[in-house]
Design a protein around this ligand. Sequence first.
Ligand code: ADP
Ligand code: MG
Length: 333
Amino acid sequence: MPADAAPGAKHAAPTPESVEVADDAPLTQRTAKKAAATAALRDVDPVPGSKKPDPILVADGVVRRFGGLTAVDVEHVEIQRGSITALIGPNGAGKSTFFNLLTGFDKPDEGTWSFNGQSLAGVASHKVARRGMVRTFQLTKALSRLTVIQNMLLGATGQRGEGFLSAIIPPLWRSQEKANTERAEELLRRFKLDKKRDDFAGTMSGGQRKLLEMARALMVGPEMVMLDEPMAGVNPALTQSLLHHVKDLREDGMTVLFVEHDMDMVRDISDWVMVMAQGRLIAEGPPDEIMANDAVIDAYLGGHHDAPLSLEEEEAQIAAAEAELRESKEQGR
Ligand code: ADP
Ligand code: MG
């Protein structure tokens, strides 16, 4: 286990200083945590619910029903500290709902889960954030009619959501405002949003809003960041930049769990992949193994993967076409 990621470590996450060093650090240093994550996961069984050497998050029997529909039914899951784990699965699989449950934005019907060994069941979302676990949303929650810097400062309160306005006045807030503003400006520079500091969030592109949301999530100095479809609606010009930012979170010692439909991104950045379908965790393993598993891709991602046909698949298709031709010729006779 890396020394800077001990269980229960408070705010192991980056200070603004470490954020600044990050961009110019040598490449070897920038990929050290990837190597560590790969090594830590090497001997993990690629089966749903498998034990991890150093889990930061552990969930048991988490069930969420909406009327007759069981949206989430996760028996056991462990997320390895310091890794980037992708959560994939078709629309409606329960991925966003699972994120909501873990981060206190929704309550399960059953189940327990703990973060750094401490139970989070029944803990409100802003307190979950202060304990070091934050999330971003599939549909960005950046508030259009607030400026970029105002959105950032809200992040410091720990994701109170839209009802926060009544809560931002207390003296505690004022005394911390200067430190928070400095941290916010540092993060805006890191995400290259500093020129937008005083623009309304509503004037920014979808991709910039995604970046803003990621930056805002870092205001509490989290140990774990959960990203719900960070690439959705992002202009290709910003895609690479977003990918780098996600990798940087790991290099700065954070644990990342993200939902994404873009399989290229999943393959590129994840150390581990989990597959959800109909509320259940149905597979997990290293990206190559999961992605090579056509059955997983076909059955759970709707079968429209873009991978080129294998030789066998191509031959089978040609054989089928020839058989059809023969049949129609024979019928024509
Ligand atoms: P995913 O993020 O994997 O696409 P979701 O977690 O959004 O899936 O949804 C899982 C299932 O739960 C879907 O069938 C969805 O319609 C249903 N669902 C999600 N939220 C609610 C809600 N608030 N009320 C009723 N049904 C919901
Ligand atoms: Mg979703």
